[in-house]
Each structure stands twice: as C-alpha cells, then as structure tokens.
Ligand binder design. Structure first.
Ligand SMILES: *[C@@H]1O[C@H](CO)[C@@H](O)[C@H](O)[C@H]1NC(C)=O
Ligand SMILES: *[C@@H]1O[C@H](CO)[C@@H](O)[C@H](O)[C@H]1NC(C)=O
Ligand SMILES: *[C@@H]1O[C@H](CO)[C@@H](O)[C@H](O)[C@H]1NC(C)=O
Length: 172
C-alpha cells in the first residue's frame, strides 16, 4: 500500500471515530410539557418512572427547564433525606444542562423547600458503553420527556456511511 493511501485511511479512521463520538451523546429533556416541577400528588414517582425507562450513557446530558425552582445533584444520603444543605451541583438559572460525565448513579432533587419531599427528585443510572453492548432494550420516548432522536439509529447510519467511505478508498 502506498504511503499516501495509508495516510488517507488513517485520516478516514480518525474522522469516522470523531463523527461517532460527536453524535454518540444525547440530550434528554425532563418533563416534556411541564418541565421540572413538583409532580401531581397522585403521580409522585413520575420522574423515576421516566428515568427507569431510559438508557442513559456517559456524556449524555439532561436539560431541566423550570421557573422559581432549582436543580441539585446530591449524594444518595442527601437524596433519601431530601437534604439540600450541601449539593455537589446547584443551578437555578431556569434552564440547566447537566452533563452525565461518569457511569453509575446521579441523584437529583429540587432545592426548594418541600419540593423534594413531594416527589421532585430523580435517580439517573448511567451505563458505561461496554455495558451497553451486552444488554438489549430501546430508548423509550415515553412521557414526561421524549428524546430528540434515537442515537442508536443515528450511530448505525453513520458507521455505515463511514464504512462505505473507507471501502471506496480501499477498492479505488
Ligand atoms: C391524577 O389525577 C388527575 C386528575 O386529578 C388525572 O387526570 C390523572 O390521570 C391522575 N393520574 C394518575 C397517575 O392516577
Ligand atoms: C443535612 O446534612 C447536614 C450535614 O450532613 C446536617 O448537618 C443536617 O442536619 C442535615 N439536615 C437534615 C434535615 O437532615
Ligand atoms: C464530573 O463533573 C464534576 C463536576 O461537574 C467533577 O467534579 C467530576 O470530577 C467529574 N468527573 C469525571 C469523572 O470527569
């Protein structure tokens, strides 16, 4: 193989992995219509029900939209007690994007007094990418929030595109 061809292949490989990375993260929005609010009294598990239907991966983000409220990321102990005195993360801008930067569990709650107790809290389980390949299941578009686009489909399309591009180089 000529060195220029090798170089092209190398570039393609880098480019396709870059494409892959750039689309592999995914933004979820909490509460499609109402946003991040105190849930109705007869539906206090609404956020955890939604979270358990989704498959969050490292580098996905979650958008919280709210008015006169806040978002905290706290320890599991503080989550259980609705203790807002020392959050790991706090935002009250009304439009918060939280980056899920590692696998494992994230615990969110409202920082407004009384809201967490009434169900405005949520546990997010983030899977690492090697866990992903071992398990089935689909990202759910159930309420209260719908993912913008299925990242799985997008990834499959892109890797196909990258492969045919590489192939056209090899067989040229
Ligand atoms: C909660 O109550 C409202 C009306 O008060 C009703 O429309 C809704 O279906 C109920 N939700 C659940 C989960 O029972
Ligand atoms: C919250 O946590 C802090 C520090 O751990 C503690 O001092 C405080 O008593 C806790 N508050 C409640 C309501 O549990
Ligand atoms: C994730 O982000 C938090 C703050 O946003 C930071 O403290 C923590 O070190 C980060 N973890 C990793 C694994 O990057």
């Amino acid at each position: 193989m000529s060195s220029s061809k090798q170089m092209s292949l190398l570039l393609m490989t880098i480019l396709s992995s870059f494409l892959y990375l750039s689309v592999s993260s995914f933004e979820y929005e909490i509460g499609a219509n109402e946003g991040w609010v105190v849930p109705p009294a007869n539906d206090t598990r609404i956020y955890n029900d939604w979270a358990s239907e989704n498959r969050f991966q490292v580098d996905d983000t979650i958008r919280f939209k709210y008015r006169k409220d806040s978002v905290m990321e706290v320890s599991v102990e503080d989550y259980k007690k609705c203790n807002s005195s020392h959050p790991n993360f706090f935002s009250n801008t009304g439009n918060t994007v939280y980056h899920l930067n590692h696998s494992g569990y994230f615990y969110f709650m409202s920082g407004v007094s009384g809201h967490c107790e009434r169900g405005q809290r949520m546990i997010i389980k983030v899977i690492s990418s090697d866990q992903e390949t071992n398990s089935g299941g689909e990202k759910s578009s159930a309420s209260p929030s719908a993912p913008v686009l299925s990242s799985g489909v997008f990834k499959a399309l892109l890797s196909q595109l990258a492969m045919s591009y590489v192939a056209s180089y090899v067989f040229y």
